[in-house]
Design a protein around this ligand. Sequence first.
Ligand code: PMP
Length: 360
Amino acid sequence: MNKTPVYNFGAGPAMLPKAVMEQTQAEFLDWHGTGMSVVEMSHRSKHFTSIAEESEADLRELLAVPDNYRVLFLQGGASAQFAMVPLNLLARDGSADYVNSGYWAGKAIKEAKRLANVHIAASSENENFMTLPQDWQISDDAGYVYYTSNETIGGLEFQSVPDTGDIPLVCDMTSNFLSRRVDVSRFGVIFAGAQKNFGPSGIAVVIVREDFIGNARAGIPSLYDYKVHADAGSMSNTPPTFSWYLCGLMFKWIRAQGGVDTMDARSRERSQALYAAIDASDFYNNPVDPAYRSRMNIPFTLPGESLEKTFLAEAKDAGLVTLEGHRSVGGLRASLYNGMPMAGVQALIDFMQDFEKRHG
Ligand code: PMP
């Protein structure tokens, strides 16, 4: 048995709280005295229906989702939403505004361009995505304005919801969902893959305003139509039942911890401690504009790639794993989602300070 706790700083799939993992383990063979595992249950059974209904009710409560929004639990990850959003919100000749803040916004833009007219309302590409785009030019005829609330690779995060007047917002909240309070009524669509802040991979939550349901373009695959899922309670076909169940446990866990405000306070505490440690040293560096630094994903560098390799190897021996930066940018990255305890962050900071003493 490995007695040293292992803290996984991966960007997703990511660490889940120990209590949730233990509950999953305890219930795995026999869910609530049924003699069955959730993985063996029919999605149409009353047992699974209760899991699905409770998960939606808990999520609605956590975010105070207004009644005129539907909550969908869908497959295809956040990436499927890159296509579903234009296919459901825009006619074939329609257009939308996109804000280019980095890698994940770029992916959404690329997909949307295949399906609609895309206008880039703002971009920070010229700043190498080290800051968020300023001076948005919103088109009058935009069907929606799309942005990415947290850039998982760049380590940039919107600290508030942008104001686009009457034009509905669509937001990819994959990497900061349920880590801070948001006013859902400001959005047409919010979507998030689960595998960072609230569950395992295989499922995404889509919160969509009712008037954006039922307008999908003719001729698209039915599984890309929000109405098909809304009408079927996200069970038009077999949903990823186990992933859905685990999201439900996470929603209950977040509620029991005090809700999204507690997640917000903890995420502030975790990220402030790590940024303070990085800023106090000349050895470690985070290049992101301090106004928009992400509380979720903190990229940092050391003086030289060979030191970074040594750091990763020694960190792994100390139980601090998956600290590699994304393959596209290199360097290091610590992801601090809802499942990461402060003890993990403190262990990382202690390790970084010790490493600097020995190698700095
Ligand atoms: N958007 C963001 C911000 C992400 O971080 C990711 C995954 N890292 C995605 C979208 C894509 O998610 P998925 O793999 O679930 O399609």
